[in-house]
Every structure is written in C-alpha cells, then in structure tokens.
Write a protein that binds this ligand. Structure first.
Ligand SMILES: C[S@@+](CC[C@H](N)C(=O)[O-])C[C@H]1O[C@@H](n2cnc3c(N)ncnc32)[C@H](O)[C@@H]1O
Length: 482
C-alpha cells in the first residue's frame, strides 16, 4: 500500500494546508455520502489545524449537521481538563461552530467518573458509542506522530499495539504523561478510508524516515497506520531531513532508500519497496482485517505472494482452481480474481469459523458466486471430489497442514490433468527443511514431499526459497505430467 507524502515549508503552512485539505475533502465527500466521520488528533499541529478550519471562510461550505467528530486517543483526565484533546478541540473549533454542529455529532472519549473508573471502562464505553453509531468507516482519520513514532496512544513496544478484535483500548504506563489514556486500536485505524499522519519538526525526522521505510510497527507504530483507500503523510520540511535529498522526496515511499541493514528487517523493507507492484484494494484489506478481527492466525500469504498466485493463475489460463487451506480467504481472493468468465474456484478448510469468515469476505468482495468453500478435513473432501469425478482443476494451491502434503499431492493427481500446475507453500520453513531429524512434523511433511517428487513419474518440480515480510521460506512449483 503506497503512502502519499506531501512536504510543506513549515509547521504554520502545514496546519493551514491540513485545514484546507480537510474542508475540501468534507465538501467533496458530502457531495456523494453522508454522514461524514472524522477522527481528530491533538498535538500542536493538530490543534492549529482545527483553529485554521475555524478561521477559514470555506468552513461554511460544509454541512456540519452531517459531520461526526471522533478522537483517535484521549488522555484519561477529568472533563474540561486543559490537557484533554477534547477540551483543546472544543476551544479551537467546536465551540466556534456553535449550533451548526449538533452536540450529538461530537463523540468525545468518556472522562473519568464513577461509572467510568478506569481507562478500560472508558475504552469499553467508547467502543459502545462507536457500535451504536453503526461502526462507521472513518472518512478521514487524523493522526499526529510523536518523536518516538507513536500514533494515537499506540506507543512503541506497548501491548496496546497487539490488541485486535476491538476498536479501542485502555492504555497504562504511557511514556508521555499522563500515563493513563484511551486509544483507537490498529483495527479501528486501519478501517479508516483515509489516514492522514501529520508531523512537523526536526525531532520527528527519524520517526518519519523509519515509518516511511516500513519499519516494524512495534518499534515505529506510525508505520502501521494505513487507510483502506489512502494513506497521506502531511509533513513539514524539518520532519523530512533524514529522508535523503529533496530529489528523493516523492509521492511514494518507494523513493526512500532502505537503511543498510541485513536480515528480516531489510527483507521487510525490500518487500515494502516492491509493494507498489502488488497494491491491495479495499476488498483485500477488508479481507485481511476481517480475519484479524475474527481472531484467525496471521498466516495468510503476503500481498506480493498473493499477486504471484494471481499472475500464475492468469498465465496458465486457469479456469478451475483448487485451494487447500482457506483461512480468511485472502489468497482465495487473489486467485478468484484471476478467473476468466465461467471459471470456478474450490477452496478447502478444516475450521468452520475460518470458512465462515472467508465466505463472508469473499461475498463482500463480489466473488462469492464463483467460489465454493468446502468445510472439513481436506483429505476427506478431496476423496469426495475424486469420487464425484469432479472436472479436473488447472491450478492447485496447497497451503494447509504441511504433514499431509504427500497425501494431497497424490490426491491432486486424480483431480488434475497433464499440464496442470501445483503450488505448495511454506516448504523451506526458515531452512529447517535440511535437517533430516527435525522434530517438527511439518518439516517432515515437506521432506516426504521432496522424497516423493524425486522419484515421481507424474510430477516435475522445483523449489524456490524466498525471504520477505513473512520471513525465510519458499514454495514448490510443480507441473503434472502425462
Ligand atoms: C496457512 S493457512 C492458509 C492461508 C491462506 N491460503 C491464505 O494465504 O490466505 C492454513 C489453513 O489451513 C487450514 N487447515 C489446516 N489443516 C487442515 C486440514 N486438514 N484440512 C483443511 N484445512 C486445514 C487451517 O485451518 C488454516 O486455515
């Protein structure tokens, strides 16, 4: 997913520009959608931007009765405390809007009270408010960023970074006072249509550079702030000083050279650099989010691998595709989108909950009609498909329990035709596969596959090892022979 970067001469112009952009965006969105949901941020530039909105004559072009205001995070301080983001936003903008903005459209994070004694209680109450509003996708989510790379109240190394399945979280021990806060989670942030990260000042430069180079989110949380339709970085020139020469500043992070590191971090940066070639649209992002929100493990293919599957399916002209291992339907969606008219995809999944999540996402993505999600142990389902004399598949993607790969390969022969292509994922397993006595049965499953393929009369095969955001692994590419 690319990030657009717009550089401004200084913090004052940046705040004016954020205000102008926000007002224009609100007017644009209101021409085709209402209500509009905006998430506000605190911080010097964030509040200056709100003051600039209040001072702009363009503010009267917005129908404020159709605008809802939310906050990305809040300090767990009493109502009216001058350090609350809400208090600052009220005096910078909300009070100035007066009756044009109905009070019920303003959704502050609850302040401490007898009913809301802890940040967790405030987070729960805020999540309830969000749910009551229909859990809207935020149209614009404004985020400031700290010098440590934090956004909202998601701080480096903090456990709030890993919270999924809910939109808000109570935060304790914030390195920036006060220690108790409430924050949106990544789930909520990444559900926003547009995420705008606003950063000014040389003290932010290191964090801006790290985030735009795709640093891991646990060290630079801002790197994970991504919108479903657009991610926009609005910065001043001082905040870009470690990004390289002005000529290197471009509208995509691809122009920023990766730091000279080795190992997994570098692989992730390189994947990030090439991610412009495998952009995810909203449906792919939603499919990933739905899997995370459903508590499914984070073991889907990466976007570049999904694109590889898509291209292979297209290149082989596959009309019928079989997938073993659906999870939340992410690779399924990449594959299904490669089908020609009249094509079909069958995907097999053991876990009913995974299958349900996938079915919902695939339906949402508009490919539900061409995909059959079959639930149960894949070996049994494959036997059933064989017994039913199912029409042969042109492409097979095997991505389930690795110990069963040899069996799946034998069953696949009865379900394909000469020339069919088979891909088997995760066959390198960080190199463990070269250890003959490795205790992991998945490693032994891959070794048994290699053993089988060295003498198999009906498969021709190769294995390519890969490194990237998913670590060190690889895939086998097989062709079915006569
Ligand atoms: C690595 S995930 C699949 C990821 C998916 N292909 C993607 O990239 O989006 C493996 C999936 O296989 C499923 N699985 C494991 N054992 C299985 C079995 N015996 N039969 C069918 N599915 C199985 C797991 O429940 C899990 O959802």
């Amino acid at each position: 997913m690319t990030r657009d970067v717009v550089v401004h001469p200084d913090a004052r112009v940046l705040a004016e520009s954020v205000a102008a952009r926000l007002l224009t965006h609100l007017v644009d969105v209101q021409s085709h959608r209402s209500p509009v949901h905006v998430v506000l941020t605190g911080g010097t530039v964030g509040i200056a931007s709100l003051a600039a909105v209040a001072a702009s004559p363009v503010r009267d072009a917005v129908d404020w009765s159709g605008v809802h205001l939310w906050w990305g995070d809040e300090r767990f301080l009493p109502e009216g405390d001058p350090d609350r983001n809400e208090t600052q936003a009220r005096s910078a903008l909300i009070d100035a809007l007066g009756e044009a903005l109905p009070a019920e459209n303003v959704h502050p994070v609850p302040a401490p009270s007898d009913d809301v004694p802890t940040p967790e209680a405030a987070a729960d109450a805020y999540a309830d408010t969000f749910a009551e509003a229909g859990s809207p996708a935020f149209d614009v989510l404004l985020l400031g960023m700290g010098p440590d790379g934090h956004v909202a109240s998601l701080f480096p190394g903090h456990e709030a970074l890993t919270v999924t399945g809910r939109p808000t979280v109570g935060v304790h021990g914030s390195p920036k006072p006060p220690p108790e806060r409430v924050s949106l989670t990544y789930d909520a942030i990444r559900g926003a249509r547009e995420v705008w990260v606003v950063a000014a000042g040389a003290e932010k430069a290191q964090a801006v550079a790290s985030a735009l180079r795709g640093a891991p989110v646990d060290t630079t949380p801002a790197a994970g702030a991504i919108g479903t339709e657009r991610t926009l970085w609005l910065v001043d020139i001082a905040a870009t000083e470690t990004l390289g020469t002005p000529a290197a500043l471009s509208t995509t992070p691809a122009a920023f050279p990766a730091a000279p590191e080795t190992g997994p971090e570098l692989w992730t940066h390189v994947d990030h650099y090439f991610s412009v070639l495998a952009p995810e649209d909203a449906a792919l992002v939603d499919t990933r989010h739905a899997a995370t929100a459903g508590g499914l493990p984070d073991i889907a293919v990466a976007a570049n691998q999904g694109k590889l599957l898509h291209l292979l399916a297209q290149a082989t002209g596959a009309r019928r595709i079989l997938e073993i291992g659906t999870l939340g339907g992410y690779s399924t969606l990449w594959l299904a989108r490669a089908l020609p008219d009249g094509g079909r995809l069958t995907t097999l999944e053991l876990e009913p909950q995974h299958a349900r999540t996938a079915t919902d996402s695939l339906t949402q993505a508009g490919v539900g009609e061409v995909v059959d999600v079959l639930v149960g142990p894949a070996a049994d389902t494959l036997d059933r498909l064989i017994a039913e004399e199912t029409e042969p598949y042109d492409l097979v993607f095997i991505d389930a329990d690795k110990q069963s790969i040899p069996r799946y390969l034998e069953q696949t022969l009865a379900l394909t035709h000469p020339g069919s292509v088979v891909i088997v994922d995760n066959v390198v397993r960080a190199g463990a596969v070269i250890q003959p006595d490795h205790a992991d049965e998945r490693v032994q499953g891959v070794r048994a596959m290699v053993e089988l393929l060295t003498r198999h009369p009906r498969y021709d095969a190769t294995v390519v090892q890969t490194v990237g955001a998913k670590g060190h692994d690889g895939f086998a590419l097989l062709r079915v022979l006569d």
